[in-house]
Design a protein around this ligand. Structure first.
Ligand SMILES: Cc1ncc(COP(=O)(O)O)c(C=O)c1O
Length: 499
């Protein structure tokens, strides 16, 4: 029996349209698959025999056979012994208005144009594009300057680790990371950040993003509330959103996050804070607020995630001790990173977790990630043990303090009056506050047109903006470049501000 002509017509048309470079079996496969998904070959349609199809389309029988095998394996068609091959009942996508085609497995959602098929979470992440929109870059465009990093020392230590060729360092990292590194970190944060810590409590991660992800997964369930500072570090917001937590933005003022500004009745499971240097406003959290938030966490049995991302970089006054060091109820998880003080791509960070969380964090880290990179952890442990880390921090602290001073000097003609610096003398960026409602995004664009990269403060708010200004980065770039760009920024500001 000859197959109804529409099938042949469809397939012949597909061949006529096909890309001449594609192998024949691929053209046939795509033509049948698309016809099934597009309901042109509905479920139950009998397909021609392989022999007939090969003859009609001028193909070898093997080409048709291997195409059918592929379609069978993927469930598009089914073979009934003795009676032929049919379009499988479950193969076609449900008819959805606007759907061009849909995959066999997974969600069946109309696709817009050539959009990739993403989950709801994936769509949110793709739309967020935080790195490109929010990352604070060095003010001057072009190359980033890492000349402060002692690359030779680092190379020597890394090569030494590899030369030692200890087989155990080639394995996965278990028990929360390389023990000598955990010792070095514990010693460091105990002394420099007044963190209360035993070595067991230190868990080495692949940086703060990774630490936050672990915390969100282990300490909160889908739909739980997380309080975040508003404005907020976009990286944290992105992690919480991707874990399907409900984000409550809590206002920040000159004393840091104000728990009293939380929505009535909101009971947080997590409270994310940057108390040493609020990101991005650059204000430290006052002692009264620290106490208030610790009390609240104890009362609500919430976890505080203390992101101490750049606490090493303070250029005046004594560093504020960590919030964790004030906690008597074991409600604080402390997060540190080497991204700012060494280099961002090192991707080594750490958690200091309360004792009851040690085992769950260690095993989840292993089960979820199979962490590794022990030779790098070994090199870092030595870098710290030999005192290189302390020396490096002293060097960069001095260098960044100078860069910051040069930048402020360059900006001076535009400061005073409606524009003033509100961030403390710390970190790798400063904040210039502008009058309420000022179009800081337009100003950032004007600066960009003159080759100067700054971010608009208002963009970092989750809710309605409550402060306007410029976030100006001065890290990882030479002092001269920063000063030069600072002068251009001063001109842009003066031209835009009311006299
Ligand atoms: C507030 C804050 N936390 C943490 C980090 C560092 O994250 P990671 O260790 O994932 O590089 C940054 C980097 O920009 C940051 O701004």
């Amino acid at each position: 029996m000859r197959q109804a002509t529409p099938t042949y017509e469809l397939l012949r048309a597909a061949f006529a349209d096909a890309d001449g470079d594609l192998p024949r079996y691929r053209v046939l496969y795509q033509a049948i698959r698309e016809s099934i998904l597009g309901h042109r070959l509905p479920p139950g349609t009998r397909l021609p025999s392989t022999r007939e199809l090969a003859r009609e389309l001028g193909l070898s029988r093997n080409t048709v056979l291997s195409t059918f095998e592929g379609l069978l394996a993927e469930g598009f068609i089914s073979a009934r012994a003795g009676s032929g091959t049919y379009v499988a009942q479950a193969a076609a996508a449900p008819r959805t208005r606007g759907a061009r085609h849909a995959p066999i497995n997974g969600e069946r959602r109309p696709l817009a144009g050539n959009a990739p098929q993403l989950s709801q979470r994936g769509l949110r992440l793709a739309a967020f594009a935080g790195g490109s929109r929010f990352e604070i870059q060095p003010l001057s465009g072009g190359e980033v300057d890492f000349t402060l990093f002692p690359i030779k020392q680092w190379q020597r230590l890394q090569s030494r680790q590899l030369r030692l060729a200890r087989p155990e360092l080639l394995d996965y990292a278990s028990d929360g990371g390389y023990l000598p590194l955990r010792h070095a970190i514990a010693d460091y944060v105990r002394v420099s950040r007044a963190v209360r810590v035993e070595v067991d409590q230190v868990i080495v991660t692949a940086g703060t993003q990774h630490s936050l992800d672990l915390c969100a997964q282990l300490l909160a369930d889908v739909g739980d509330r997380v309080w975040v500072e508003d404005p907020c570090y976009w990286g944290a917001r992105c992690i919480f959103d991707s874990c399907d937590l409900k984000i409550d933005p809590i206002a920040v003022d000159a004393d840091g996050m104000d728990p009293a500004a939380a929505p009535a009745g909101s009971r947080p499971k997590l409270i994310y804070l940057t108390p040493s240097n609020q990101y991005p406003t650059g204000v430290p959290m006052s002692l009264a607020r620290r106490r208030a938030v610790l009390e609240l966490a104890a009362r609500e049995r919430a976890w505080i995630l203390e992101d101490d991302y750049d606490s090493e970089l303070r250029y005046s006054g004594r560093p504020l001790a960590s919030l964790q060091g004030l906690d008597t109820e074991q409600r604080v998880v402390y997060l540190g990173t080497f991204s700012k003080v060494l280099y961002p791509g090192i991707k080594i960070g750490y958690l200091v977790v309360p004792a009851p969380l040690v085992q769950p964090f260690r095993s989840a880290l292993y089960d979820l990630q199979r962490p590794g990179q022990l030779p790098v952890q070994g090199a870092l442990a030595e870098f710290m043990e030999r005192g290189y880390f302390a020396t490096h921090i002293r060097r960069i602290r001095q260098a960044y303090a100078e860069t910051r001073a040069l930048l402020i000097e360059a900006l001076q003609p535009a400061l005073g009056g409606p524009a003033h610096i509100t961030s403390q003398s710390a970190g790798l960026h400063l904040v210039i506050r502008l009058p309420d409602g000022f179009d800081d995004q337009q100003l950032a664009q004007t600066a960009a047109a003159r080759g100067v990269r700054v971010s608009a403060l208002s963009r970092y708010f989750i809710g309605a903006p409550a402060a306007w200004g410029l976030v100006v980065g001065y890290g990882y770039a030479s002092a001269e470049k920063i000063a030069r760009s600072g002068r251009v920024l001063a001109q842009v500001l003066r031209a835009a501000l009311p006299r």
